[in-house]
Design a protein around this ligand. Structure first.
Ligand code: SAM
Length: 468
């Protein structure tokens, strides 16, 4: 465990049992035989470093169902220039926004960082989730603040730190535990307003003026035209390849990033059924659909392990459960241990928690296969790096459901599947695994924005099946 303040980013801090488990995954027998112990160890250590850093590009999905990509790019450029000019007397600001050469609805923006930022003496501490958001370009929202200087007033300059292990008591004035500096900002509220007990503060608490990683804030920026989404998540929608007029099921849909992408790819023609088990997350799906002017999405709160029923459907039922073979395509973007998410400087998860996911994923997968029509496509994805939630699930699926076969993916931007689950080289080639790589560790120092965007991603996994 790390103690005290650190000027340089540490590797992700995990419970020792989790580090040991992951080490066994990345140094499994098949990998060791293929690349040798040194290379396997080096890849594992790089992964641990990479996970605590944010990706070096920001990816936004453009609403190309509403306007041409170039028009959206120009509007975004305009807005970002205004954002940069605001409060600065500098000459004409420069904004770099590039279309992705292989994904028609993606725009890429470089992230500037880690920057050399001199930290101020007055310290404010935010929770780890807020700290990660700041590293990806967000300002500090008041509910994320856990400690601030005793007499802090709106307008004061502060150094912002992220509490790595969630040990800081809310309302503290100082914090000596594990924390990482994420940049300097200016308070937008007095301390008394931030920690008011009767009406908890909302909105921006600290505006970041000198962040460690600089990327535009997308808060309220062209909400109907651009949607912040990690590149592998956008790839999922294209791999599913929904067609206008089809009926699609998104089994674990909230907050609806992929649901909305699916509807957009279909030109909003057809039906996209979005399910999620958590009631208050359903509103997020509906809000996102409304913001993006998508009418074809129907969202329901439902446990998807029970989404298939052999009972005769009632005439008026439009929601779950559904009869078998109801859908042309199914997306199972499964609940997972999330170990590919970046930046993640510390995880307090136990091994038991991490190992609770594969059985749930299999139950969901079984329902997915039953709900899919013959000739239909099933895409399984996770944002984690373990074998047990990825390649081992594919091996299990192929042996449990002879009706399923692996399909090539388009686009295939990530690497192939990882060795260790007994899959053949042909099967591994059909899988898509995004293994994060830090762009500043890439051999080509001038790596293009696209190369950085394709490789310096969150950890992610995609498998595409056809049911025959
Ligand atoms: N696909 C989403 C997107 O792109 O915005 C992200 C989905 S997230 C990886 C997994 C989701 O699965 C969570 O929102 C969680 O509430 C939901 N979930 C977990 N168990 C579920 C179940 N049994 N049935 C339906 N949803 C479930």
């Amino acid at each position: 465990m790390h103690t005290g303040e650190m000027s340089v980013f540490p590797k992700i801090s995990l419970k020792p049992e989790v580090t040991g488990y992951l080490r066994n995954v990345f140094l499994n027998k098949e990998v060791l035989a293929a690349v040798g112990p040194q290379e396997a160890e080096s890849r594992f250590q790089k992964l641990l470093t990479c996970l605590s850093h944010p990706p070096s590009t920001t990816c936004v999905r453009a609403s190309t169902h509403l306007a041409p990509l170039e028009d959206i790019r120009l509007s975004l450029e305009e807005e970002l220039k205004k954002q940069q000019k605001c409060g600065s007397s500098a000459e004409e600001p420069s904004v770099q926004i590039a279309p992705h050469p292989r994904i028609a609805d993606v725009l890429l923006l470089p992230v500037d960082g880690p920057r050399a930022v001199e930290r101020l003496s007055s310290e404010l501490v935010v929770d780890a989730q807020c700290g990660s958001a700041v590293l990806r370009g967000a300002h500090v929202f008041a509910p994320g603040i856990v400690a601030s200087p005793k007499y802090m007033k709106a307008g004061d300059m502060v150094a912002v730190f992220s509490d790595l292990e969630g040990r800081c008591t809310r309302g503290a004035t100082r914090f000596q535990g594990s924390k990482v500096f994420v940049g300097n900002g200016v308070a937008e509220m007095d301390r008394s307003a931030i920690f008011a007990t009767e009406t908890p503060a909302r909105g921006v608490g600290v505006r970041m003026v000198d962040p460690l990683y600089k990327s535009p804030s997308f808060d309220g920026l062209l909400p109907s035209m651009v949607f912040l989404q990690n590149l592998p998540s956008v790839v999922v929608g294209h791999v599913l390849a929904p067609q206008p007029g089809e009926r699609i099921l998104d089994m674990c849909a909230a907050p609806g990033g992929k649901t909305c992408h699916i509807a957009a790819l279909m030109g909003d023609k057809g039906e996209v059924v979005a399910l999620d088990r958590i009631r208050n997350k359903i509103d997020r799906i509906r809000q996102n659909a409304q913001t993006l002017s998508l009418q074809s999405i129907k969202a329901f709160c439902f446990n998807s392990t029970r989404a298939v029923s052999d009972d005769e459907p009632t005439q008026e039922a439009e929601g779950p459960p559904f009869p078998p073979e109801s859908f042309d395509r199914v997306l199972l973007d499964a609940p997972c241990s999330g170990l590919g998410q970046r930046p993640n400087m510390a995880s307090t998860w136990s091994l038991k928690e991490i190992c609770s996911y594969p059985p749930l994923q299999r139950k969901l997968f079984q329902a997915a296969v039953r709900l899919l029509k013959k000739g239909g496509v099933l895409v399984y994805s996770t944002c984690t790096v373990t074998l047990s939630e990825n390649e081992e699930q594919v091996a299990w699926a192929l042996s449990t459901f002879p009706c399923l076969s692996l399909q090539p993916q388009e686009p295939h931007i990530g690497s192939e599947g990882m060795l260790g689950a007994g899959l053949s080289p042909e099967q591994l080639r059909l899988l898509q695994r995004f293994s994060p790589e830090l762009s500043w560790e890439q051999t080509d120092a001038t790596a293009s924005l696209t190369r950085r965007a394709d490789t310096d991603t969150i950890g992610f996994f995609i498998a595409k099946f056809l049911k025959t």
